[in-house]
Design a protein around this ligand. Structure first.
Ligand SMILES: [Zn+2]
Length: 236
């Protein structure tokens, strides 16, 4: 099991940081983690094991869709309680046609869900989503990245989920070249699987249950400048 991430106190190239938002940790040393996801269940599929391994952190999970979904919204609340996390949902369009959402709307919606803007770690979707293909995943990750680059949310570490499905030919699995890959201890994976099949109620034969990764992978960025030179930066 990896040690919890420690906040980095390097002053290099932080964008728009004010004195009081220099780092997410408070005076008691509490570490603040933010997870921004498109859908209720993404927090569990892509980083549920990491959440379960670090209950000492103060986690906040922002979910951009389904707040009016009578099935998924109450389940998300249950899942928050299971993780000991706080969180909030929005109700952005999640129709099957995946009509592109305005970037500014995505960003303002994310900000509207947050109780604070400074964190020790932010986790969100990868540039290409985690499988082929859900536009909301890509849009969410891009909006979070953009807010960070603009200094409207601050963190010394931003991690993007790193999974692929080889163009839909396999279930999503950890990217081999990810910066961090955590192989979940069996009890942790079982707990994560129980969230998907128990709290969310996905059938064991569902795509979600069969996907539930045993290995969690992340591309990790310490400073906005590092990501702006990266090939993972989305176009536009
Ligand atoms: Zn999703």
């Amino acid at each position: 099991m990896a040690a919890p991430l420690k906040p980095v106190n390097d002053q290099r190239s932080m964008v728009g940081k004010s004195e009081e938002t220099q780092q997410g940790s408070d005076r008691n040393g509490k570490h603040y983690g933010l997870i921004v996801v498109a859908h209720p269940d993404d927090e569990t599929l892509w980083t549920g094991g990491y959440l379960l391994m670090h209950p000492e952190w103060s986690w906040y999970i922002a979910c951009l869709t389904r707040s009016s979904d009578p099935d998924r919204a109450p389940k998300f609340r249950q899942v928050l309680r299971r993780y000991g996390a706080a969180g909030e949902m929005a109700d952005m369009d999640d129709g099957p046609e995946q009509t592109p959402l305005p970037k500014d709307l995505l960003k303002s919606t994310i900000l509207s869900l947050l109780m604070r803007t400074s964190f020790d770690l932010i986790l969100t979707h990868g540039a290409h989503g985690e499988y082929t293909r859900h536009r909301r995943h890509e849009e969410t990750g891009e909006a979070v990245l953009s807010l960070w680059l603009e200094g409207r949310i601050t963190t010394s570490s931003l991690w993007r989920f790193a999974y692929h499905d080889r163009q839909k030919t396999i279930l999503p699995q950890a990217e081999a070249h990810a910066d961090r890959i955590f192989t979940l201890p069996e009890p942790i994976w079982q707990e994560k699987y129980a969230v998907i099949t128990g709290l969310y109620g996905f059938d064991p034969l569902s795509w979600e249950a069969r996907t539930t990764p045993r290995r969690e992978a992340f591309l990790c960025f310490s400073f906005p400048n590092a990501i702006s030179n990266s090939t993972t930066l989305p176009n536009g």
